[in-house]
Design a protein around this ligand. Structure first.
Ligand code: PLP
Length: 454
């Protein structure tokens, strides 16, 4: 029989005991046990390297990791004590405003991600709309927001949380982004703004932001109704400026008043950072900025959250100065090239149709099965994951294109040519296996709209 202290001598007592999961533990455990317990749980989780579902960064340079690790104790909101971190945030905002061609000095904020940035940007749209209406002596009780069903779920969330009527444009087979003709019937004097997507979650394409801008300018001219555009550049905001610099979607367009982007997607920073940038300082409704007296200093805040780590802001600044336009351009071009190889490989099999190939697109491949067969995209996703551990999601498109099933592979910085070739072979093998035996995956595993929204 081992002695009483055997486990403290020879290792982890959770080799043979249940781990605490329900009630608050009565006692504690040594740090090594706690560390192993957490690590062993996570060992069974998906491998981020093979996760081709997520837009979110899964790798950063060791130097960046070091900055992150060394600043985990720094509370970003504590501007009085950490003024340099706050200054670095503003440097990043100015750099983004420059990247998005803002006409002059402006303002913006670091957020937890695009979701918080969108809530704040859309709130500002609502406040500015109310201001315009009140100045004109018009009612302010029925605000609406216009967007396509190609948006991320956060836009529906905003409308519900903040009591704005969503006016959504349905999609249909073959049409997965929206343009001026789609929003025209929905826009009126109660429209606080139009949300346009730069790089949709579903196929990686952009709404026709230029066309929407032209229509809204004409509307302003004709009827005096000024409807601003907010561009949801969660993914595209770090792709378009580098891959498609001549494509005009940003503050070069007069009606584009605010833009959000996820630092933790193609900004190449680990999760926990997003950005909101206004065209001009005046586009941020002053009522949304709180002047507070905290710990003896007054400070202006414009956030939904309060305390948060400074690490990801510092890591974003690291990336900006480390890569610059040249470095981001190089990295994005590499991803696009690998996405092209994957797309061509899939097409050459004759078993797949690509979605919107040749158009401006995020570095990803969106595809569906071609021809008749006794399995579907969900079966293939399941088989690929079972055989090789690749996470390539299958999903149905939003209304009214729900009949369309797609698969999508993100091609990120870490997916090398070698891995692209392997993935192609693995997709072919999974397809061959299914052709032989048909699809059998459990239907309840199907992913939903939110399942790919990250
Ligand atoms: C990911 C995404 C969001 C949400 O962004 P988070 O940074 O995850 O909060 C919003 N819109 C689009 C288009 C996205 O791709």
């Amino acid at each position: 029989m081992p002695g009483d202290n055997a486990e403290s001598l020879f290792g982890n007592r959770f080799l043979t005991q249940e781990v605490p999961t329900e009630s608050f533990p009565d006692g504690g455990m040594p740090p090594t046990d706690a560390m192993r317990l957490v690590a062993e749980d996570l060992a069974l989780e998906g491998d981020p390297q093979r996760n081709l579902a997520t837009f979110v960064t899964t790798w950063m340079e060791p130097e960046a990791q070091r900055i992150i690790a060394e600043n985990l104790h720094r509370n970003f909101i504590d501007h009085a004590e950490y003024p340099i971190s706050a200054d670095i945030e503003q440097r990043c905002v100015r750099m983004l405003a420059d990247l998005y061609n803002a006409p002059g000095p402006t303002t913006g904020a670091r957020t937890q991600g695009s979701s918080e940035a969108i809530m704040l940007g859309a709130l500002s749209l609502k406040w500015k709309w109310r201001q315009r209406r009140e100045a004109a002596g018009k009612p302010v009780d029925r605000p609406n927001l216009v967007f396509g069903n190609d948006v991320h779920v956060v836009w529906d969330k905003f409308c519900r949380y903040f009591d704005v009527e969503p006016r959504t444009v349905p999609l249909r087979e073959g049409k997965y982004v929206i343009g001026a003709e789609d929003i025209e019937p929905h826009v009126d004097e109660n429209t606080i703004g139009v949300a346009a997507v730069l790089g949709t979650t579903f196929t990686g394409h952009a709404d026709d932001i230029g066309g929407i801008n032209s229509f809204l300018l004409e509307l302003k001219e004709r009827e005096g109704i000024d409807v601003p555009i907010h561009v949801d550049g969660a993914s595209g905001g770090f792709v378009w400026p580098f891959l498609y610099p001549d494509s005009v979607w940003d503050f070069r367009l007069e009606q584009v008043r605010s833009i959000n982007v996820s630092g933790h997607k193609f900004g190449l920073v680990y999760p926990g950072i997003g950005w909101l940038v206004f065209r001009e300082t005046d586009d941020l409704a002053p009522d949304l900025v709180f002047e507070e007296n905290y710990l003896g200093k007054t400070d202006a805040t414009f956030t939904l959250n309060f305390s948060t780590g400074a690490s990801m802001v510092l890591a974003q600044y690291y990336n900006f100065v480390r890569y610059g336009r040249e470095g981001y351009g190089y990295i994005m071009a590499g991803m696009r090239e690998n996405a092209r190889i994957l797309a061509e490989g899939l097409k050459a099999t004759g078993d797949f149709d690509l979605i919107g190939e040749g158009e401006e697109q995020l570095p990803l491949v969106a595809f569906r099965l071609a021809g008749d067969r006794n399995f579907d995209e969900f079966d293939l996703a399941w088989q690929l994951s079972a055989e090789r551990g690749w996470m390539v999601p299958a999903y149905t498109m939003p209304p009214d294109a729900e009949e369309v099933k797609l698969m999508r592979a993100l091609v990120k910085q870490t997916l090398s040519r070698e891995q692209i070739n392997r993935l192609l072979e693995d997709i072919k093998t999974a397809h061959a296996t299914l052709t032989e035996k048909g699809g059998t995956h459990p239907r309840e595993r199907r992913q939903t709209k939110t399942g790919i929204g990250y």
